[in-house]
Write a protein that binds this ligand. Structure first.
Ligand code: ZN
Length: 271
C-alpha cells in the first residue's frame, strides 16, 4: 500500500498535537490533498521557493516546514507575490506542504529540545510551561555536564550549529563560567523575564532595548544565533522520529533534511 499524506500527518500529529499549538498560530496542511501518495519528503525551516525547488529537484511529493507559509489573513495567492509563487509551484508540482510550528515548539521533544541537545545541555525542562501541561512549553533550561567559559560555550555553539554568514553574537564577560543554560529556538525575547537566574540564554532576533534592559537587570549572558540555524537542529530529530513512526506503521518514505540555507542574512561586514 502506498503511503499517503494523511498517514504522514497522523504520525506528525502524534508527536506534535495541534491542540498544544499557540492559539494565534496557523499550523497543519497548507497545500495538497491528504489522499495524495508520498514516497519522499523534504524537511525544512522555511517554506520558501528555494526549498520548493529542492523538493522538485529530488522528486519529493511533500514538504514539512517549521514556519507556516501564511500566518495572517490571505486574500490572494496570485503569482504576483513570493508566497503566491510558492503556492503555484507547490500545486503545479503536486507537492503537499505541512507546517508544524508552535506545536513542535511546545512538544517534548520539540524544537528547543533539539537545540539544547545540539549545544550539549542536559536535564531539560520548559522555561515557560503550558498551563494545560507543565511538562510541555516554550524554551528549555538545563545545565552543562561540565561548566565552561562563555567564550568556550560560544565556540561550542558555532561548531554545533549549521554555518551561516551572520555568525553568532554574544553579550557577557568572555571568561565568565557557564553552567545553567536557557535556550529558545526562534525569536525568544519574550522569555527574557524567566531566564534572569540562569548563566546564559541562547535564542534569536534579540532586540537592542530588550537585550540592554536584560543585561542591566541580571547576570545572565546572552547569545543571539541566526534564527534559521537555531531551529535547524530540530529537522534531523523530527525526520528520524517520523521515519521510525512511519516504519512502525508499515509505511516506507524517504526523508531528506533540506540543505538549503534560508537565513535571510547572507553576508556581513564590520568585524
Ligand atoms: Zn522560527
Amino acid at each position: 500500500m502506498p503511503t499517503t499524506v494523511r498517514q504522514v500527518i497522523d504520525a506528525l500529529e502524534q508527536r506534535y498535537p495541534p491542540a498544544i499549538a499557540a492559539d494565534w498560530d496557523a499550523i497543519g496542511l497548507v497545500s495538497g490533498s491528504p489522499d495524495n501518495t508520498v514516497t519522499s519528503i523534504v524537511l525544512a525551516v522555511d517554506p520558501v521557493l528555494a526549498v520548493v525547488q529542492e523538493a522538485i529537484d529530488c522528486g519529493a511529493e511533500m514538504i514539512i516546514t517549521h514556519h507556516p507559509l501564511f500566518l495572517h489573513g490571505v486574500h490572494s495567492v496570485a503569482a504576483t507575490t513570493a508566497r503566491g509563487v510558492v503556492v503555484e509551484e507547490l500545486i503545479r508540482n503536486g507537492i503537499s506542504l505541512y507546517a508544524a510550528h508552535t506545536n513542535a515548539d511546545h512538544a517534548r521533544p520539540g524544537v528547543s529540545d533539539a537545540l539544547a541537545a545540539a549545544l550539549g545541555v542536559v536535564e531539560l525542562q520548559p522555561i515557560d510551561p503550558l498551563a494545560s501541561d507543565p511538562h510541555l512549553g516554550t524554551g528549555r533550561k538545563g545545565r552543562l555536564p561540565t561548566p565552561m567559559s562563555l567564550r568556550d560555550f560560544a565556540e561550542q555553539i558555532v561548531a554545533a550549529l549549521p554555518s551561516t554568514s551572520a555568525g553568532i553574537k554574544v553579550a557577557g564577560e568572555p571568561e565568565a563560567m557557564i553552567e545553567t543554560v536557557g535556550v529558545c529556538g526562534g525569536a525568544g525575547d519574550s522569555l527574557l523575564p524567566f531566564v534572569a537566574d540562569l548563566d546564559v540564554y541562547v535564542t534569536s532576533d534579540l532586540r537592542h532595548h530588550r537585550a540592554q534592559d536584560h543585561l542591566a537587570d541580571s547576570a545572565c549572558a546572552l547569545i543571539d544565533v541566526p534564527h534559521w540555524a537555531g531551529e535547524w537542529p530540530w529537522l534531523p530529530v523530527a525526520a528520524a522520529q517520523l521515519a521510525a513512526d512511519l516504519t512502525a506503521g508499515g509505511a516506507s518514505v524517504e526523508l531528506r533534511v533540506s540543505a538549503v540555507v534560508t537565513d535571510p542574512w547572507n553576508w556581513h561586514t564590520g568585524g
